[in-house]
Design a protein around this ligand. Sequence first.
Ligand SMILES: Cc1cc2nc3c(=O)[nH]c(=O)nc-3n(C[C@H](O)[C@H](O)[C@H](O)COP(=O)(O)OP(=O)(O)OC[C@H]3O[C@@H](n4cnc5c(N)ncnc54)[C@H](O)[C@@H]3O)c2cc1C
Length: 457
Amino acid sequence: MLTDLNIDGRIVYPTDADWDAAHQAFNVRVDQRPLAMVFPANEDDVVTIVNHARERGLRIAPQATAHNAGAYHSLDDTIVVQTSDLQDISIDPGARRVRVGSGVKWERVAPDLSNHGLAGLHGSSPDVGIAGYSLGGGIGWLARKYGMQTNSVTALELVTADGRLRRVDAENEPDLFWALRGGNGNYGIVTAIEFAVYPVEELYSGALFFPFARASEVLHTWRELLPTFPDELMTWANILHFPPLPEIPEPFRGGSFTIVMGAYLGEEPEGRELLRRLRDLGPEIDTFAMNPPSELAELAMDPPDPLPFVSGHELLEELPGSLLDDLLEIAGPESGSGTSLTMFQLRHMGGALARRSPGAGARATLPGEVNLFTLGVAEDDDAARAIEARIERLVEAGRPYQAGHYPNFVEEPADARAFFDAETWQRLREVKALYDSRDLFMGNHYIPPAERAQQAA
Ligand SMILES: Cc1cc2nc3c(=O)[nH]c(=O)nc-3n(C[C@H](O)[C@H](O)[C@H](O)COP(=O)(O)OP(=O)(O)OC[C@H]3O[C@@H](n4cnc5c(N)ncnc54)[C@H](O)[C@@H]3O)c2cc1C
């Protein structure tokens, strides 16, 4: 089917011996079933692939690492083009600019940036690809101060449906640049990303670990403190059940904890004062210290390897005490959930996440005071169903306060128009129609070209 496609990179079909590894998603419950997985070795390959697919009426789903592969509605008649082999990195510390190939994960740049006294706006896991994270939003430890990563993107290089390699930025093809920053893989195959990074020599970061049983008092204290936290402080309140795996160190292995994690762009005395009420509760373990920004990559203790899971998420306008009680009734120590919800996480939002900066793209801000994200590791379908039911109860409890959804945290098929206001959605469709009227590209959260969307409506 792609027999006359000649590229330096790899093409892997479902019948090939290396199919399992090639089509593996980070969530191993997701079984991607495209016609083929294609791994371009360079930009010329990307141009060849785009021309080939267009001429044969195939569709392309661009991908970097398959961390959000569960969102596609269907990959029928589609090739997944994974840019994981585009691994160039150049860092200009003086200009505080980074340019990476679109297969680069945060773990390859965060340590070098840190050595230069700089930090990028990565999220909880260093294993996530810069491409999908940046094209969909990107909420990390510094987001209340510097906003989403997508606002820090200064240029994108991509191959569009006509087979042209373009570099777009605020001056060159500004509409496409606007749409890409939020519109994910619907506009072309991104080959490189340029973005701004920030001066951070050190910051006060760490985690306060409490027993799971104390979830209510710890999370209520955290909730009460939120209005007092400056934009320089980001905190996430978690319930985490660590699996009993040998690679997990004691005393965490097999343990259940209530944890407040945080990163403060400032000095230790002020940081300690901001967290005083939480520390006064007497954590079992306190890892807060002045750290280089490289430490942020490990702060959330995200799993480094693919695993089977079911996740759920919603943005909450606010977190009143009564809602927190309701959520804990479903996920807390008295809930009977045991360890089925491996992670229950409340991220503080607001600050720069709520402020639109001049020249921002389609996804400039996110609403809500708190971001609820939860997941359960599901070894089989029965476990998955039980987790889904509990997640549905959490989402239902939050519904009266629901402010929306953050697409990068939506890991199942969804109607992407719900992620944008009507005006932004319309403009995204119009830019799509301008650059990809025949709908060659399909992002994980799909945006149809304007005319097609109107016909469908
Ligand atoms: C363990 C884990 C931790 C996470 N932590 C955070 C966090 O702290 N903050 C946060 O904001 N998000 C977080 N996420 C969500 C993450 O931002 C999304 O999963 C994101 O889509 C991942 O991007 P990717 O490139 O790695 O994944 P992919 O699945 O490869 O890409 C996702 C989508 O991005 C687009 N895309 C990717 N590469 C290209 C390309 N080369 N050209 C065009 N389009 C492309 C496509 O639409 C693709 O479907 C986390 C996810 C996981 C699994």
